[in-house]
Design a binder for this molecule. Structure first.
Ligand code: NAP
Length: 255
C-alpha cells in the first residue's frame, strides 16, 4: 500500500451490500486489496457475498441505534475506517394519480433517513480523525422529474444535493465526498421493471466503473457514458421543454 492508494489496503464499509451494486462493489474492492465490511438486513445473503473474506454486520439502516452500534463493530473489526459507501436503496414504481403515501414514506425512510443515520454514525469520527471518504450511490433519476419516479427521484435529487453540500462542508476537515450516479443496472431492484431500460449494464460492470472512479479519486462517477451524456444534457434542458417531452411519455405504469 502506498500513500496514494485509495482502495488497496484501505478499510471500507458498504451499507446495502447484500445484493446488486453493493454486493458486486464489495467483491470488486476486496479483489483490489481493500479490507471490506458489509451491511444490510439479510444476514444470509451478506455471508454469501462475503465468502468468509469480509466483515459482516447485519443492520436495518432505518434503525439509528443499530447503525451507530454497527459503526463501532465495523471500526473494531477493521481496525479503523477509511471509506464508507452508501449503497442501500428502495425503489418502486409510483402512481401519483393514486398517491401512495406509504410508498412515498418508505422511499424517504430508506433513501434519506437511512443515509442520515449512517452519516450521523460516521461523519463525527471522520472529522475528529481529520480523515475519511464518504461515497453515496444516488442516481441519474435525481437529475430531472419523471412520471412514475416521483418518490424515488425526489430522494435521489435530495441525495445529490446533500452530498454536494457535504463535500463543501467537510473538505476542510479532511473528509472527501464522492457522488455516484448510475443509469440502469441489472439488479434485484430493476428485475421487476417492465418498461424499457436503455443502456442497461451488469452489476459487475457497474462495480468496476465505480472502483475505477474511486481509484482515480473522481468527485462524481456517472455511468454508463451514453446515459451520463443524455442525463447531463437533460439537466440543462429548459423546464418547459422537459415538461413537454415527459408529459407526452407519461407514467410507464399507465401502459
Ligand atoms: N439498479 C439500478 O438501475 C440503479 C440505478 C441507479 C441507482 N441505483 C442505486 O444503487 C443502489 C443499489 O441498488 P441496487 O440496484 O444494487 O439494488 P438492490 O440489489 O435492491 O440493493 C439494495 C441494497 O440495499 C439494501 N437495503 C434496502 N433497504 C435497507 C435497509 N432498510 N437497511 C439496510 N439495507 C437495506 C438491500 O439489502 P437488504 O434487503 O438485505 O436489506 C440491498 O443490499 C441504490 O441506492 C439504488 O437506488 C440503482
Amino acid at each position: 500500500m502506498s500513500n496514494d492508494d485509495v482502495v488497496n489496503g484501505r478499510r471500507f464499509w458498504l451499507v446495502g451490500a447484500s445484493s446488486g451494486i453493493g454486493a458486486a462493489l464489495a467483491r470488486e474492492l476486496r479483489a483490489r486489496g481493500a479490507h471490506v465490511a458489509i451491511s444490510a438486513r439479510k444476514a444470509e445473503d451478506l455471508h454469501e457475498v462475503a465468502g468468509g473474506d469480509m466483515v459482516v454486520v447485519p443492520l436495518d439502516a432505518t434503525d439509528r441505534q443499530a447503525v451507530s452500534a454497527a459503526e463501532g463493530e465495523v471500526r473494531a473489526a477493521l481496525g479503523g475506517l477509511d471509506t464508507v459507501v452508501w449503497c442501500a436503496g428502495y425503489w418502486e414504481q409510483f402512481d401519483a394519480a393514486r398517491w401512495d403515501a406509504d410508498s412515498f414514506q418508505r422511499h424517504v425512510e430508506v433513501n434519506l433517513l437511512g443515509l442520515n443515520n449512517v452519516l450521523a454514525a460516521v461523519v463525527p469520527p471522520m472529522v475528529d480523525a481529520g480523515h475519511g471518504h464518504l461515497v453515496g450511490i444516488a442516481s441519474v433519476a435525481g437529475y430531472r422529474g419523471l412520471a412514475g419516479a416521483e418518490a424515488y427521484g425526489a430522494t435521489k435529487a435530495a441525495q445529490i444535493n446533500l452530498l454536494e453540500g457535504l463535500r463543501a462542508a467537510l473538505r476542510r476537515h479532511g473528509v472527501r465526498v464522492t457522488t455516484v450516479c448510475p443509469g440502469f443496472v441489472r439488479t434485484p431492484m430493476t428485475d421487476t421493471n417492465d418498461f424499457p431500460m436503455p443502456f442497461m449494464v451488469e452489476a459487475e460492470e457497474a462495480a468496476r466503473t465505480i472502483a475505477d472512479g474511486l481509484e482515480a479519486q473522481r468527485t462524481e462517477i456517472v455511468f454508463p457514458l451514453p446515459m451520463a451524456i443524455m442525463m447531463k444534457v437533460a439537466r440543462v434542458v429548459p423546464v418547459r421543454v422537459w415538461s413537454a417531452i415527459t408529459t407526452r411519455i407519461g407514467n410507464p405504469a399507465d401502459g
